[in-house]
Design a protein around this ligand. Structure first.
Ligand code: SF4
Length: 237
């Protein structure tokens, strides 16, 4: 499989201490992406599931019961066939995994198998409806709807996340739209976390020579993020 990068013992993206496997390749082109270096399917290096396992097992003592591996990217589910092989190997070692995804992928047999075996799925709800999703990404919102409905129907532990960008989706009205979609598609989501847009990935656009559509936008104010998080929490009760 094509691996963009590895990160040992990150405390983000799932419960407990996690080993992050960032897969290369993503076609979604979210307007606020801070990892454009992961877009190319050729980014990073080729690694077999067995090679990855040998790196991961060194950290097994740190995972305890709720930690494990997080598959992220890029869009990890574009490599679901290979990830299923790695998941099988992890299972033999008693190591769990979480999946961090956009949800804008087709429900192939491998994708379904991977989701059903995950400790949790962290799904970024990029935008709340077909119109806004089409305006700010290159993806198909119908895929996200099918994806979230699958997670809900199969009662897969799910965390929703949304990046809040100043001037795009940083209003109470947008929170109402996100909450409505979350309630409709996945009322059993365990949590809904808002993340503030930041400019730390801007240098990657410059380095790659890719136009940054939000080059003039500043990071989201922390107090505003807290206000919006409180508001959406109230809406989701
Ligand atoms: S899904 Fe993630 S990696 Fe892909 S474009 Fe969107 S933010 Fe970037």
């Amino acid at each position: 499989m094509r691996v963009h990068s590895l990160e040992s013992l990150a405390a983000l993206d799932g419960k407990g201490l996690r080993y992050g496997v960032f897969l290369a390749g993503c076609g979604l082109r979210c307007v606020y992406c801070h990892n454009p270096d992961t877009w190319s399917a050729d980014a990073g290096t080729d690694m077999s599931p067995a090679e990855l396992l040998s790196k991961i097992v060194r950290y097994k003592p740190y995972f305890r019961t709720d930690g494990g591996v997080t598959f992220s990217g890029g869009e990890p589910l574009l490599q679901a066939d290979e990830l299923c092989k790695l998941a099988e190997l992890l299972k033999t070692e008693g190591i769990g995994y979480a999946v961090d995804t956009s949800g804008a992928v087709g429900l192939t047999d491998s994708v379904k198998r991977l989701l059903c075996g995950a400790q949790s799925v962290i799904c970024d709800l990029k935008f709340p409806d077909a119109e806004s999703f089409g305006r700010y990404t290159c993806g198909d919102f119908a895929l996200v709807e099918g994806f979230l409905a699958f997670l809900s129907e199969n009662d897969i532990p799910t965390w929703l996340r949304t990046v809040i960008v100043p001037g795009i989706n940083d209003t109470e009205e947008w929170m109402e739209r996100y909450a409505k979609t979350a309630k409709r598609l996945i009322p059993n989501a365990e949590r809904y976390e808002l993340l503030g847009f930041h400019t730390m990935g801007f240098f990657k656009y410059e380095r790659l020579g890719i136009e940054n559509p939000l080059a003039s936008v500043r990071s989201l104010d922390k107090e505003r993020l807290t206000e919006l998080q409180s508001y959406i929490n109230t809406l989701l009760k």
